[in-house]
Design a protein around this ligand. Structure first.
Ligand SMILES: C[S@@+](CC[C@H](N)C(=O)[O-])C[C@H]1O[C@@H](n2cnc3c(N)ncnc32)[C@H](O)[C@@H]1O
Length: 295
């Protein structure tokens, strides 16, 4: 079983993406974001968006059908490698599956200094998760209609809520939970979407600005039972209309603290551990129930 501290951990995934980089000449960061785009679109079963991505690739590869097929197959292999490697990779000393996409993002040097994209080491994220959920007695009663909500307004690859949910499942497996994760960078939002989807973590992932509440995209990661029982369900992920979601997407709806933060030059990118992840935060979440995930 591989360990997250082993530098070769990402290789099963990156060797495929590197192959696409060599064959196409696209920059590695481009290949990585393109792969995430295809993966989110495939998991959403959104045929129109998928075809748009294929057309875009076709243009960029000058109608070279063999190469296009090769790239798409390699993207599929990379996704399979991600699933297998996640299952096989542990964080030493913890009963948690490792979060890999954030590490691959950093491996490709994709971080934006402007957005302060330096992700928290996994053992720190797990330690924080253990502080949030230390013992079953400390967990409030939660129901399908009133789940525990875990919010991260600057989620990066979603690492904090990813470990918070694993920790909660570890000490209280039947507690209903919904994650609300936001990031200003679409690539980060995509990583969070994929991480939650591959671990069946019910979540809303928002591509938007947590200081102004501007919202560009919202994805819901559906509860697994919805996919098993509802043949009309879109897929593992559903992209939603930002104007019609049960989470705050408008500054007017929030209590004003976000605006205060802007005035005080508060910088989410500093990644303050105390503020990074909150439970049942009324300023971010309204009327979130698990019903929407399985109806
Ligand atoms: C320091 S990183 C922390 C990521 C993650 N929470 C972790 O600890 O690994 C900060 C993240 O905040 C995002 N970010 C910066 N400004 C933001 C804003 N105004 N609204 C939402 N996200 C923002 C960046 O894109 C980046 O992914």
């Amino acid at each position: 079983m591989a360990s997250i501290t082993d530098p070769s951990t990402y290789e099963p995934i990156t060797e495929n993406l590197d192959e696409v980089h060599k064959k196409t000449g696209f920059r590695t960061y481009d290949v990585f974001t393109n792969w995430l785009n295809f993966t989110v679109t495939a998991l959403s079963r959104n045929d129109d968006d998928y075809l748009d991505l294929v057309h875009d690739l076709t243009d960029r590869l000058h109608d070279d059908d063999d190469l296009i097929r090769d790239v798409l197959e390699t993207y599929g292999t990379a996704l399979g490698a991600l699933v297998n490697t996640m299952e096989e990779t542990t964080v030493p000393g913890y009963p948690h599956t490792a979060e890999l996409l954030g590490g691959i993002y950093e491996h490709y040097g994709a971080n934006s200094d402007a957005f302060g994209q330096h992700f928290t080491p996994q053992n720190v994220a797990i330690a924080k998760a253990q502080m949030l959920f230390s013992a079953p007695e400390g967990i409030r009663d939660a129901t399908q209609k009133d789940p525990i909500t875990i919010s991260d307004p600057a989620c990066g690859s979603g690492r904090f809520p990813f470990h918070a949910v694993q920790q909660l499942r570890h000490i209280s497996p039947n507690t209903p939970t919904v994650v609300v994760a936001r990031d200003i960078d679409k690539t980060c939002a995509h990583m969070a979407v994929i991480n939650f989807a591959l671990h069946a973590i019910p979540a809303y992932v928002v591509h938007g600005n947590s200081l102004t509440y501007e919202t560009w995209h919202v994805w819901r990661i559906n509860h697994p039972t919805r996919i098993l029982t509802d043949s009309t369900a879109n897929g593992v992920i559903t992209e939603l209309d930002p104007d019609n979601v049960p989470i705050k997407t408008d500054f007017e709806e929030a209590d004003g603290s976000a605006q205060d933060d802007t005035n005080n030059d508060s910088d989410l990118s500093e990644g303050n551990v105390e503020d990074a992840v909150t439970i049942d935060d009324p300023d971010t979440i309204e009327n979130v129930t698990l019903d929407a995930f399985s109806e």
